[in-house]
Design a protein around this ligand. Structure first.
Ligand SMILES: Cc1cc2nc3c(=O)[nH]c(=O)nc-3n(C[C@H](O)[C@H](O)[C@H](O)COP(=O)(O)OP(=O)(O)OC[C@H]3O[C@@H](n4cnc5c(N)ncnc54)[C@H](O)[C@@H]3O)c2cc1C
Length: 375
């Protein structure tokens, strides 16, 4: 039997994905967003779907979760596009992780060995083979790891598609609801929620907590330790085509992605700046300096845009995904740090499976939201 009333707290990619998944499985869903839907990290992201480039050390549970999500993505995007009529601009470009020093060759070979056992189909490309793949890359780079399966979406479009899909499926979307004023977990299950800007208290049978970098604010209401903090990412874009920059390219100083809309996106800083979402001259200068060095053709182009967002980081780098304090109807999906766009389909699937009592017990154990609480 389906729960009668499901509330999702937070309208970023994770909350919207959970709302979409729950609604298409037949749940009655209300989503409450403090500010604007998609107005925080999810609207700021570069949209890269790069589990291999983001996990170079070992196939730990986080890598496996990320890879599962990459493989769900094509069907997920088709479903969102079909339900919304909005294209998410999924591009199967593959990626290049640049090898900048001779000493990096050995670790790159180690990475290739284990990642190819997970079906990466990756290879080391050098010299003329690298130039052929990425003709505009600076000549001082001699080698790179090529991961053909990695892709990217245009994150603001995927968010817009999810909003529209949710609307069409009958999800009640409450924007500008203000901060959480009160959350009470009821003895018999479910919760009562009071938002600052809403007059009426909202009762629900199940609750999905998807408040990104603000998840730590839930600690006092839930009685568990939630070590989530914001890490600001500054990012910018140049005019340019996906033909000029053919792959997602990762270096130790920055990354570059050529979008369908005529922008080359270059990101991103990792700053500790509290909840500030402005850009700084220094932060953007580091990106433009790296661009001039790796992609000389960008040197004399003026930036189109510069912006920033807050990544929700956890103490151990793994997201918080699963039941809160053993309560079956209270699920958290937050703390996705650098990979929330990539992890959105798998997070939604696992969160709603858990809500419906259908998840495998081992799947979510490494990501338990209770893992930092010692009684
Ligand atoms: C510059 C940058 C580049 C990035 N690039 C990538 C990338 O290429 N690939 C990738 O996979 N990831 C990337 N990320 C990371 C990704 O953006 C995040 O992991 C993801 O957006 C997190 O989604 P979220 O829904 O948890 O958080 P958010 O998008 O921040 O959404 C959380 C929402 O909850 C709301 N909220 C907070 N508290 C409450 C409350 N009490 N009640 C109701 N609402 C509340 C907030 O207003 C916010 O809208 C990038 C991030 C940044 C900043």
């Amino acid at each position: 039997m389906l729960p009668q009333e499901t509330v999702v707290l937070g309208g970023g990619i994770i909350g919207l994905s959970c709302a979409f998944e729950a609604a298409r499985r037949g749940h009655r869903v209300t989503l409450l967003e403090s500010g604007e839907l998609g107005g925080q990290a999810s609207g700021a992201a570069a949209g890269m779907l790069a589990p291999f480039s983001e996990n170079t050390e070992q196939p730990d549970p986080f890598f496996q979760l990320s890879l599962n999500s990459l493989r769900l993505f094509p069907q997920w995007v088709r479903d969102v596009e079909e339900a919304s009529g909005i294209k998410a601009e999924l591009m199967h470009t593959g990626s290049l992780s640049l090898i900048q020093h001779e000493a990096d060759l050995l670790p790159a070979q180690g990475r290739l060995a284990w990642q190819n056992q997970w079906g990466a189909g990756a290879e080391l490309v050098q010299g003329s083979a690298l130039r052929k793949l990425e003709p505009n890359l600076s000549r001082h780079i001699e080698a790179a790891v090529f991961n053909p399966e990695e892709s990217h979406v245009y994150a603001p479009k995927l968010v817009a598609g999810l909003i529209q899909a949710c609307r069409r499926l009958g999800v009640r979307l409450g924007q500008h609801a203000g901060r959480l004023a009160r959350l009470e977990l009821r003895q018999g299950g479910g919760a009562a929620i009071q938002m600052m800007n809403l007059e009426k208290e909202i009762q629900c049978d199940s609750l999905l907590l998807c408040s990104g970098a603000w998840a730590g604010e839930l600690e006092s209401w839930l009685g568990i330790t939630i070590p989530v903090h914001p890490i600001r990412g500054q990012i910018c874009s140049y005019p340019g085509s996906a033909e000029e920059l053919r792959h997602m390219v990762f270096s130790s100083q920055a990354y570059w992605v050529g979008k369908q809309n005529g922008e080359i996106v270059c990101g991103a800083s990792e700053d500790v700046a509290g909840f500030a979402t402005g850009v700084t001259e220094k932060g953007i200068a580091r990106l433009t300096s790296a661009s001039s060095s790796f992609y000389p053709f960008l040197d004399n182009r003026a930036l189109i845009r510069q912006w920033a967002g807050l990544r929700p980081a956890t103490r151990d780098g793994f997201p918080l995904l699963g039941r809160v304090a053993g309560r079956s109807g209270i699920i958290m999906a937050a703390g996705h740090y650098r990979n929330g766009i990539l992890l959105s389909p798998v997070s939604a699937k696992l969160a709603i499976d858990e809500l419906e009592g259908r998840s495998r017990s081992d799947e979510l154990r490494p990501f338990s939201p209770n893992r930092f609480t010692y009684i």
